[in-house]
Design a binder for this molecule. Structure first.
Ligand code: SF4
Length: 257
């Protein structure tokens, strides 16, 4: 248990999370869903303090900020980096772009692995309205015999940062550049402004999107899909997508099968 409160306002939350991990430890050990963000490094530290058995996995999506991937490789070499069968861009060629309403990419790139295991996550209620309804222990409705364990579900941002400070944990440099959350680049959930900002920061990725959309359009043309008539180039399609014009579009069925 953590004995010294130091900067940490609520030592009870730390001790509760640690005790919780000890009490629920499965014989085969936990599967840690590690993203490299502040919440993940917190749960990683907590499982280490708890002294429980675990293996940590990072789902490499191929649209991760390079700074984050470097941070994980430099500081968490024991975390297994799981690579997808197809890159995000290949998937876009095949499936079209993801949107807020149709986030096929999370399913394929982020939620693989850990079936039949107790998966420890760093999700917290404070992160979103949807997450505010989540609980500390949840049975997965998609994967059989899989249980999600969310030890820091009630922690606030300030609790996480206090813990990181008191434990002197290294964290990804993007936080010091003003990022409050770190995840996939150009995530449809991030909102238009954020994605436009990322396009200026990561022009090579923006270019890769345009190329993938070009290829997608060629496929759409071969299959005589309506999208082939809608866009004249990958650039036009990228502009439409990143500016979220599809959300105002009465003809949303232009989304691809
Ligand atoms: S881009 Fe967003 S929706 Fe897609 S996998 Fe990443 S986090 Fe999930």
């Amino acid at each position: 248990m953590l004995k010294e409160a130091g900067l940490f306002g609520s030592i009870d939350k730390v001790n509760e999370a640690i005790q919780f991990l000890i009490d629920l430890e499965p014989p085969e050990g936990y599967w840690i869903a590690f993203s490299g963000g502040k919440d993940s490094i917190t749960i990683y530290e907590l499982v280490k303090i708890a002294g429980v058995k675990f293996e940590a996995h990072y789902n490499f999506t191929t649209i991760d900020p390079p700074e984050l991937v470097k941070f994980i490789k430099d500081n968490y070499s024991e975390v297994q980096i799981d690579k997808p069968k197809e890159s995000f861009f290949k998937l876009v060629e095949r499936k079209g772009y993801p949107t807020r309403q149709c986030r096929w990419c999370c399913d394929v790139l982020k939620e693989q692995g850990g079936s039949g295991r107790k998966i420890v996550t760093g999700i917290r209620k404070q992160e979103s309205v949807k997450r505010s309804k989540r609980r500390m222990v949840e049975f997965c409705y998609k994967k059989k015999n899989t249980i999600y364990i969310n030890p820091i579900i009630d922690w606030l941002d300030s609790d996480v940062w206090d813990f990181i400070k008191i434990q002197k944990l290294k964290y990804c440099c993007l936080y010091d550049q003003g990022w409050t959350r770190i995840g996939c680049l150009f995530c449809p959930m991030a909102g238009r402004e954020r994605r436009l900002y990322e396009a200026t920061l990561y022009p090579k990725y923006a270019k890769a999107f345009v190329l993938a959309f070009d290829k997608r359009l060629r496929i759409a043309k071969d299959r005589e899909l309506r999208s082939a008539k809608r866009f004249s180039s990958g650039t036009e399609m990228f502009d439409y997508w990143i500016n979220e014009r599809h959300s105002e579009d009465p003809d949303q069925t232009v989304m691809f099968e």
